[in-house]
Each structure stands twice: as C-alpha cells, then as structure tokens.
Design a protein around this ligand. Structure first.
Ligand SMILES: *Cc1c(COP(=O)(O)O)cnc(C)c1O
Length: 367
C-alpha cells in the first residue's frame, strides 16, 4: 500500500443497540466479537495491498491453505481502554507493533510496517467504538494476526499472506476480585528451546502447551509453568504469562530473556514501575529450587504472573508430582503485587498521569 489508510465499508447488518448493551453488560472473554474486522493482503509482487475494514464474518479458506498444514501464523493481543471522559486509548501499541515484526521475522512472514499495524487497529477501534465497554476492569480486547493464506502444500514461506484484526469486548479477568492462582510445574514437557520459536508470539507455541495445561488442570492447578529445555532447571514462564518473584528484602527477580521466553509488554512495564517505586529489580536466571526453597523459607514473599489479559495475578501455590509449596494465605494478594497491579491499571484507565508516554489516544470523547 502506498498509504497506510484503510477503506471502511460499514456492515449493512450491525448488531442492534439493545443486544450490544446486553453483551457489554457481561462480555466474558473471547466469545463476542464486534461488527467489523480489518484485513490487509500481501504478496511478494504487490507488497501490502487492499487494506480495508469490512463486516465481521467467516473467512473462506481453501482446504489446501498453507496455514492449516504448516502453522505459519503469528498473533498479538492488546486492549483498548475506555476512559471516564468517553475517550478510547491503547496501551503501548508500538511495543506490540515491534514485537509483531520480530515474530514475523522468526516465522518467515513479511514484516508489517508499524504505522500500518497501528492504522489497521485504530481504524477498527474507531469504527467499532460503540463496542468499547466502560466500568470496572473491562476493555475491548484487540487481536491482530497474520497467516499463510496461499493455497499450496509445498513447504516454503507462503507467497500470499493475510493480516487481520478482530476485536472482542472483555469483562474483568477476575469478576469476583483478584484471587491467587495455582501453578503446575511441568516435568515432561517444555514450551520452547534455544533456537526455537519461544520468543515469537505464534499459535504453534500455544498448541504445544495445551497438553501440559491439560495435565495442570487434571492436577487441580490453574496454569502450567515451564522450565528451560536444556538443563530443566531454569524457570521460564507460564503458557501465556511472565513470572516475577518478590523477596523479603524488597528485591524483585524476573527470569532474563534468553531467546526462549516471550518478551511481554506487561513484563517490561512492570520492570519500569518496580524500579520507579524503589525496588531493586534483577533480570537473571532463576532456578526452580530457588523458587521452592525461597517460598518455604520466607525469603520469597510474593510470586506473581503478568500479561495483558490478567494484568498481574498472584501465584498462591506451586505443585509438582508428589509435592507443593504455598505462598501467602491462598486468598489475599501481596502488597507489592497489589500496588503494582493498581499502578498499571490507574495508568491504563487514565486515572493517573502517564509519565512514561505509554498511552495512545485512538478516539477523543467528543467524536
Ligand atoms: C503474550 C504472552 C505473554 C504476555 O505478553 P504481554 O505482552 O504482557 O501480554 C507472555 N508469555 C507468552 C508465551 C505470551 O504469548
């Protein structure tokens, strides 16, 4: 595309206002979608073309479409926040745009220019502004993704690629208030290996984590934690969230980015917030025995996981075959976790000055 503008064709059959209000009153997560979607096509000859916002609906996919066979696909996840004055904002979308380019490189997909990525998201959010929920920790979850849409069974990077953005109203992750989650330590499965795709946000990583997640659930746990694939010693992350360990002396540790850990935007933002609130923050290798013994001895006072969907989630229990350690009373959220979670939400919902230039306004209140 010579310009980043997308054409907008309004759907002839928008959801009626009463039904939309009903959905926004109890949106859940990932079950309801807005009236429109954004699409851009790519071929090596034409580059990016046919950028458009059109009615939300099924994509017609030939059974031989490459993504269905070889999983050449990446995605992103971010939220649009409705502020009290009626304006709509995104949180650090430039970080998602940059990560989307890194993911694309790893999956041999074309790199979408960040301006085009942002334009597609903002055009969709403006078109479907009536779908941004207000109140509590609600938001409009935005899901950009890109996939090999070429019809071809040969194994090579696709020569037709489709970029798409959909949006889904989301309720509070913890409708009944924040509750600590329990973590199952995977023994048999790893998520990512050196040289693999762990640092890329691709569907394949999630597909590979589902069996371990199923095992976690069968053992009464909410989430699964993965160790590194070589030494099976170093804590990496959960299936879709990064981890933090708060120590009694105020030091906070998060596993360093090794190439097999996904670089979370929330993880990065939490680093800044903790540093600014006077904590000593360390990014380093963190062993599973350090987790177990630290929690048992009281040297570690809080463990939390973080990601766009849940913001910050306290971890109350770590379990493995034949054992477990508990952190906290299993009900309450530790003070560092609670304060950091609150600080991040205050910025995202526009109730605290954005000292870091993280927020980007998509739509003014008067529009
Ligand atoms: C998306 C994701 C995260 C969290 O990233 P955020 O940008 O904070 O939402 C963490 N781990 C994995 C594996 C992910 O896919």
């Amino acid at each position: 595309m010579s310009t980043t503008a997308l054409s907008v064709a309004q759907t002839p059959t928008p959801t009626d206002a009463a039904r939309r209000a009903e959905i926004l009153a109890a949106p859940g997560f990932g079950v309801h979608f807005t009236d429109h979607m954004a699409l851009i096509e790519w071929t090596p000859e034409r580059g990016w073309y046919d950028g458009r916002v059109q009615a939300y609906g099924p994509l017609s996919i030939d059974p031989a479409t490459a993504v269905l066979h070889y999983a050449q696909e990446i995605f992103e996840g971010m939220k649009a926040y409705g502020h009290d004055d009626g304006s709509t904002w995104l949180f650090r979308p430039d970080a998602n745009a940059a990560r989307f380019q890194r993911s694309a490189r790893r999956l041999a997909l074309p790199e979408l220019p960040p301006d085009t990525f942002l334009e597609a998201i903002e055009t969709l959010v403006r078109t479907d502004a009536a779908w941004v929920p207000h109140g509590g920790e609600t938001s409009l979850y935005v899901r950009p993704f890109m996939f090999a849409s070429e019809v071809f069974l040969g194994v090579r990077p696709a020569r037709h690629v489709t970029f798409c953005v959909i949006a889904s109203p989301a309720g509070a992750y913890f409708p009944g208030g924040v509750r600590p989650v329990s973590i199952w330590l995977s023994q048999d499965y790893t998520r990512a290996a050196p040289g693999g795709t762990g640092a890329a946000k691709c569907g394949g990583n999630y597909a590979a984590s589902l069996l371990a997640q199923q095992e976690a659930a069968a053992n009464g746990c909410d989430q699964v934690a993965f160790l590194d694939a070589v030494d099976r010693t170093w804590v990496e992350e959960l299936g879709g969230m990064n981890l933090y360990f708060v120590h009694a002396d105020g030091t906070v540790v998060t596993p360093e980015l090794t190439g097999s850990i996904l670089e979370g935007v929330t993880r990065d933002s939490v680093l800044t917030l903790l540093d600014d609130s006077g904590h000593k923050v360390e990014e380093r290798r963190f062993g599973i025995d350090e987790w177990r013994s630290g929690v048992s001895s009281g040297d570690i006072t809080e463990v939390f996981a973080c990601g766009t969907a849940a913001v910050l989630t306290p971890v109350g229990r770590l379990a493995w075959p034949g054992g477990e350690v508990r952190c906290g009373d299993g009900i309450s959220t530790g003070p560092v976790t609670a304060a950091t979670r609150f600080a991040l939400l205050e910025i995202q919902y526009g109730r605290r000055a954005d000292r870091y230039g993280w927020m980007r306004r998509v739509r003014a209140s008067s529009q």
